[in-house]
Design a protein around this ligand. Sequence first.
Ligand code: PHE
Length: 343
Amino acid sequence: MAKRLVDLRAEAVEELVKINNIKDLDSWKIRFLGKKSKLAQILHSLAKLPIEERREVGAQANKVKMALESSLAEKRNTLQEASLLSSLQQDKLDVTLPGRPVSSGHIHPITQTLEEISDILRNMGFQIVEGPDVEWDYYNFEALNIPQWHPARDMFASLWIDTSGKDSRLLRTHTSPTQIRVMEKTRPPIRVIAPGRVYRYEATDATHESMFYQIEGLAIDKNVTMANLKDTLFELCYSLFGKEIRIRFRCDYFPFVEPGVEVAIECLSCHGSGCRICNYSGWLEILGAGMVHPDVLRRANINPDIYSGFAFGLGIERIPMLRYGVDDIRLFYRNDLRFLQQF
Ligand code: PHE
């Protein structure tokens, strides 16, 4: 029995040395230390031996078992280390390589312009407010002196959401409805600007988009006059285009102002002599404005005998187009980084 144990140990060790992967190691374990191994059989048969022999052989068998178990653990360690080492060598990582550049985004040219104009007007004391893009017929038209039958509705090719009479809703065609929302909620003195998106049902081309931006301005107080409007708008143009710019102020018609004006600046490209950009007129129209119509004030419960006000609405896209010589408004909304990264 003792000899069998010695042989068994020698055989196991000899086999173990040959092993070079975990899978073979597992079968080795089953073969030499498993439930059906020779060692297990020996341990099992101990019970049948006389007590003297049992003690001696038992001790020896246990020694063999422990020796094999510790050899197994050692071998497993060696194999695991070797496999880790080889996988590290295969997936080599060069930590000295330069990183991939992460390009940081920046502010869209239209947003930059909106922020610049808002800053100028904020410094004059205007407060920023916002209105919804989806607007009621009432705010977009009715309250602005444009009833259902009014031909001025044709000035605004509208995108309707539903057209059920008084409750009709549309994508606002201008930022002027914000005027009414502010007048309803606030008492004069009022001095606000409302930047935002507006929508028109129009075929797009180099100078027309179906969605674009405006900034609305509204000031209401006692003794507000056309001179205040003119001063505010001239100041805004000087800040945007420089003190040298020539500005034209002339009559125009909008149902919600009286009198109404249209403001143009001298063409930045030809300085007034006439070119393709200004349609050979020398002038570029940039905004509509006027004194708030007494009926509009009255409808919002502001007494026109005590208060007066001015309003203006400025298109945004025109300004970066003129400044940077962008000849197609659609470029702003195509998300082409080659274009946008220039600003
Ligand atoms: N809302 C007008 C437009 O979009 C512009 C405007 C605003 C005119 C305020 C007068 C006063 O054409």
